[in-house]
Design a protein around this ligand. Structure first.
Ligand SMILES: [Zn+2]
Ligand SMILES: [Zn+2]
Length: 180
């Protein structure tokens, strides 16, 4: 396989496209997570992610397969036709890697080590997604993004509004224990 076709397009422009796609993918992932995966259409696959995992995989992983196929299609299109499509595929792939590190790795520990961010933005991202999982079922959840998270106190206030009678036991979600 040759990457000679890439030399017909300025690399810096390609990398800018890829960066823009990473940002656009977070917006897309937010929308898909909120309105498709937590909607009647997509909950069938996503429900497995809101239940305890029984094996190595969950049905929800099929969403990652769909996005991987999309990236492969874009790489192929870029190699055969417009080169910018290759960089769109690159951005999609980069987003997939960041998504895996932040969501499957940091929050859900689907890798063989345990890192819990104790400060800064990564802690906020970690806690925000744990609050996404503080609700059983598909309704009334908060924090649908994977790389961008609103401040934790905003999410807690939103959770309280959605569930005046409380959600999970703070034993399960220590983020709920402290005030704010
Ligand atoms: Zn969800
Ligand atoms: Zn999750």
């Amino acid at each position: 396989m040759s990457f000679a076709f890439l030399s017909t397009f300025p690399v810096w422009q390609g990398l800018l496209i890829a960066l823009g796609v990473v940002v656009a993918m977070e917006a897309t992932a937010y929308a898909v997570h909120r309105w498709v995966m937590h909607g009647p259409l997509g909950w069938g696959w996503h429900a497995s992610h809101h239940a305890p995992r029984t094996g190595l995989f969950e049905r929800n992983d099929l969403y990652a397969v769909v996005f991987a196929l999309l990236a492969i299609g874009l790489f192929t299109a870029g190699a055969l036709g417009p080169v910018w499509a290759w960089y769109v595929g690159l951005g999609t792939t980069l987003y997939g890697i960041l998504y895996f590190i932040a969501h499957d790795g940091l929050v859900h520990q689907r890798w063989p080590f345990r890192i819990v961010p104790k400060s800064g933005y990564l802690q906020r991202l970690y806690q925000a997604h744990r609050l996404h999982h503080a609700v059983d079922g598909r309704d009334g959840c908060v924090s649908f993004g994977f790389l961008y998270a609103p401040p934790v106190r905003v999410l807690k206030a939103r959770l309280r509004r959605h569930h005046p009678r409380g959600v999970r036991d703070p034993e399960d979600v220590p983020e709920l224990r402290s005030g704010g």
